[in-house]
Ligand binder design. Structure first.
Ligand code: FAD
Length: 396
């Protein structure tokens, strides 16, 4: 691509301008720990054990990783962060991150909570989307059985009808209040029923605009074709497609299961192929922007640059509402804040929930941010650069 991007992700003053010096020191501490794989493994092991033994570690977790990666323990308490981000043009997506719910009452409770996030979004200028995971509303075993196409017994059929009802209530509320809703993508062995539910909702609620967004994991070899098929269906039946593009979060788990059960891995064999599929998906969405609204969910500098360049190539304004960029709260502020400063639509997934219940989410963030698995060294480098810049600035 020969057009020069009109945004830079290198300015740490822009990236961290919402963070106090104390918050910067905390970020420095967290990323220094996770940057060392063995210290990170030791720390996460200790936390797991402490939680199992019910030791009182919540306070220290709340003041460290929870504060860094989460917005609060309830919808109300996220307001401080959503306002802080909103002040700089970075919007929030309230992500109810309680995992491991297994009862019908728990699934109903999660549905009610997600509906509350949509209602909150309606009255806040800083929350443009809502989001949910189908596994928050359904048992994984049930989704796996539906995908296997084995016949469901009466109880299972009733349970699955309730799952559809919950998804429909959430998407119906999103449509009624005009707040787009993102449906997260999950493991490949439960993704077929998630896709089927998402497309049913898209067909029902996206007649005037993209309200329901399905997620495409471009590390899966099938995803680019799935995206194109979804677009063709949308064109044929005259509705809009909402597409959240991500690379995919479960690579090791996917490969491990495929090897164990002896089927071909659904994941590309190397990162370059995933990156190429991601680029192609962005190109496809931009080429069909008359019908597709896209969210680029990525911490990859190039992917975000590339989308800005595609927008420019298509003569789209930075603030075109069909294109959104999104990162996770506590990561890649250099991308989010630089894009927002340049006038693009940007949002942060903002997880919230009781400390103990969001621990699986926090442990995943710690693991994916080790210097082996992820990008902690880049985060750390930028955090330290900004701390140094502030020191130099103050000593002048
Ligand atoms: C706003 C937002 C929403 C998200 N929602 C979802 C979701 O609904 N479902 C979901 O699964 N994930 C989701 N993710 C996580 C996402 O899929 C990635 O795991 C994460 O963002 C890292 O990818 P990247 O594009 O940011 O960066 P990069 O660091 O460029 O890419 C890392 C990713 O590339 C892929 N990859 C790495 N090595 C290889 C290899 N050897 N072969 C093939 N592929 C490889 C993997 O997907 C890995 O996660 C979301 C992320 C964000 C920011």
């Amino acid at each position: 691509m020969d057009t020069k991007p009109n945004v830079s992700f290198e300015d740490t003053e822009v990236a961290f301008r919402y963070k106090s010096n104390a918050a910067m020191s905390k970020a420095n501490f967290i990323f220094s720990v996770v940057n060392h794989p063995w210290i990170s493994a030791f720390a996460t092991g200790c936390v797991r054990l402490a939680l199992k033994l019910r030791l009182p570690v919540e306070g220290i977790i709340r003041r460290t990783v929870f504060d860094h990666f989460c917005g609060g323990e309830s919808i109300e308490t996220t307001a401080k962060v959503t306002n802080q981000l909103g002040h700089f043009g970075v919007k929030s997506i309230l992500d109810y991150s309680v995992e491991g719910e297994k009862t019908e009452e728990g699934f109903d409770g999660a549905m009610e909570e997600i509906i509350r996030t949509i209602e909150k979004a309606r009255t806040s200028g800083n929350i443009p989307f809502s989001v949910f995971k189908v596994t928050g509303l359904a048992s994984t075993d049930l989704l796996e059985k539906v995908q296997s196409k084995k016949p469901l017994d009466g109880i299972e059929q009733t349970a699955f009808n309730k799952v559809r009802f919950r998804v429909d209530r959430i998407c119906g509320k999103a449509h009624e209040l005009n707040i787009p809703v993102l449906i997260d993508a999950e493991e490949s062995w439960i993704q077929d029923p998630i896709d089927a539910l998402a497309y049913e909702m898209i067909g029902k609620y996206n007649k005037e605009r993209a309200i329901v967004f399905n997620t495409y994991q471009l590390y899966r070899t099938a995803s680019l074709k799935n995206l194109k098929d979804a677009f063709h269906n949308a064109s044929m039946h005259n509705y809009f497609l909402g597409a959240k593009l991500v690379r995919g979060a479960y690579m090791e788990k996917e490969r491990h299961r495929a090897e164990e059960l002896g089927y071909e891995s659904p994941i590309y064999p190397d990162k370059d192929s995933t990156d190429e599929a991601f680029n192609q998906a962005l190109i496809f969405c931009m080429d069909n922007k008359q019908r597709i609204s896209v969210m680029c969910g990525s911490h990859n500098d190039y992917s975000n640059y590339f989308l800005t360049v595609l927008m420019e190539k298509h003569s789209m304004k930075n603030e075109d509402s069909r294109v959104w960029f999104a990162q996770l709260y506590g990561m890649s502020d250099n991308i989010s804040f630089s894009l927002a400063k340049a006038g693009y639509h940007v949002a942060k997934y903002l997880p919230y929930g009781p400390v103990r219940s969001v621990m699986p989410y926090l442990l995943r963030r710690a693991e994916e941010n080790t210097s082996v698995a992820g990008q902690s060294s880049r985060e750390l480098m930028m955090i330290r650069q900004e701390i140094k810049r502030r020191k130099n600035h103050n000593s002048r």
